[in-house]
Write a protein that binds this ligand. Structure first.
Ligand SMILES: [Zn+2]
Length: 116
């Protein structure tokens, strides 16, 4: 597989960051909508509303984690150490970067982390 140029990786990271920012805004909105529902007497019971809010918040948390990961990858790109494993300092396989441009670890270190 041809190696991705840093510019195209940066574009992929920025595109995904853009989508994540929109998804975070959406998740924040659904959490806010649930709060409105609680103050009105609607079909949705308070417990359902709280559950929905928890789901929206959990989704928002996951998105924010991904956002941080993407921002960290962009920072590495700008610092010139993109594609260097954050754990062992070795090279991250092009195949892994291609599958996930934000991946901070080489295959070996990622597998090691999954075990522990
Ligand atoms: Zn490593």
């Amino acid at each position: 597989m041809a190696e991705q140029s840093p510019a195209s990786m940066e574009q992929r990271l920025r595109d995904e960051l853009q989508r994540i920012a929109e998804a975070i805004a959406d998740a924040g909105q659904s959490a806010a909508i649930v709060e409105l529902d609680q103050s009105s007497v609607g079909r949705v019971s308070r417990i359902d509303a709280l559950q929905q809010q928890a789901i929206a918040q959990a989704a928002g948390e996951r998105l924010k984690l991904r956002q941080r990961k993407l921002e960290a990858a962009l920072a590495r790109l700008q610092a010139g150490n993109y594609g260097i494993c954050c754990d062992c300092g070795g090279e991250v396989e092009a195949r892994r970067l291609n599958a996930d441009p934000a991946t901070p670890f080489c295959g070996e270190c990622a597998a090691e982390r999954e075990k522990s």
